[in-house]
Design a protein around this ligand. Structure first.
Ligand SMILES: [Zn+2]
Length: 254
């Protein structure tokens, strides 16, 4: 019988049974089948795949498997730049934007704290999430495998942990986000943009102590929530440094 060989890399292995992880394994070819169909049948969501090498050459999802092919499958966020060789998409998502599923409210706040454009509502249906992600080219962050295996989903990341801090650490690490962090640029409440605002303009809204001690203020351009450079900012930086960034990365000295 015809057969091909698969090898999956990095976190794609999480979807496979133990004996298939990080090793070459045989896949019997019964019918004419595309590489995408084969990958899906193994339980790996195509949306998490960004590069497929067949006998060392980059191929698209519609490639029809041939007897004795050797197929290496890489995840969306391998840390090397695959834009030159990948055939799967016209171009990778350069501008990183996200949409969280309904279970990831806390993660969405952490993402915004780090400055990442991240949509979230506990009212979203899966259909809405897929639609918004497609229209606005957003990466879906989800704990729901069914959602990210939907054929229409092109960019997604399956969030493994149920603990928000572990989730954000894992994301920053796997998606190599630490150098793109830009704190105090986005509202944690609503994802709006923070813009500097003159203290005099917002004086009536400030607690007297805040007004006395701080001078640099920002206001959300969507919900008007006020942030200030001082305790807010320092608390956030301290939190990011202590709890989110990998140990070797010294954010405060950048
Ligand atoms: Zn806001």
């Amino acid at each position: 019988m015809s057969k091909v060989y698969f090898r999956f890399y990095e976190e794609l292995n999480d979807h496979l049974p133990e004996e298939m992880r990080k090793v070459w394994f045989e896949y019997p070819l019964k019918d004419r089948i595309s590489v995408q169909e084969a990958i899906s049948s193994l339980g790996v969501p195509p949306a998490e795949v960004d590069l497929i090498l067949v006998n060392q050459l980059s191929k698209g999802f519609d490639y029809i498997l041939q007897d004795e092919d050797r197929i290496s499958v890489y995840p969306v966020f391998e840390l090397f730049d695959i834009s030159e060789i990948s055939e799967l998409r016209e171009k990778p998502l350069r501008e990183i934007r996200f949409i969280c599923d309904v279970h990831l409210g806390k993660l969405s706040r952490y993402m915004r704290m780090l400055g990442f454009d991240t949509l979230y509502s506990n009212q979203y249906t899966n259909e809405q999430i897929i639609q918004i992600a497609t229209e606005e080219k957003r990466i879906i962050l989800s704990r729901n495998c069914r959602l990210i295996r939907d054929k229409r989903v092109t960019h997604s990341y399956w969030v493994r942990s149920s603990d928000p801090l572990e989730q954000i650490r894992d994301l920053v690490n796997k998606l190599d986000l630490s150098k793109s962090i830009d704190p105090l640029t986005r509202c944690m409440e609503c994802n709006g943009i923070l813009v500097p605002v003159d203290k005099q303009q917002i004086l009536p809204q400030l607690e007297p102590r805040t007004a006395n001690y701080f001078n640099e203020f920002f206001r959300c351009n969507t919900c008007a929530h006020i942030y200030w450079k001082g305790s807010h900012f320092e608390n956030m930086l301290g939190f990011i440094d202590q709890h989110i960034l990998p140990d070797e990365y010294d954010y405060l000295n950048c």
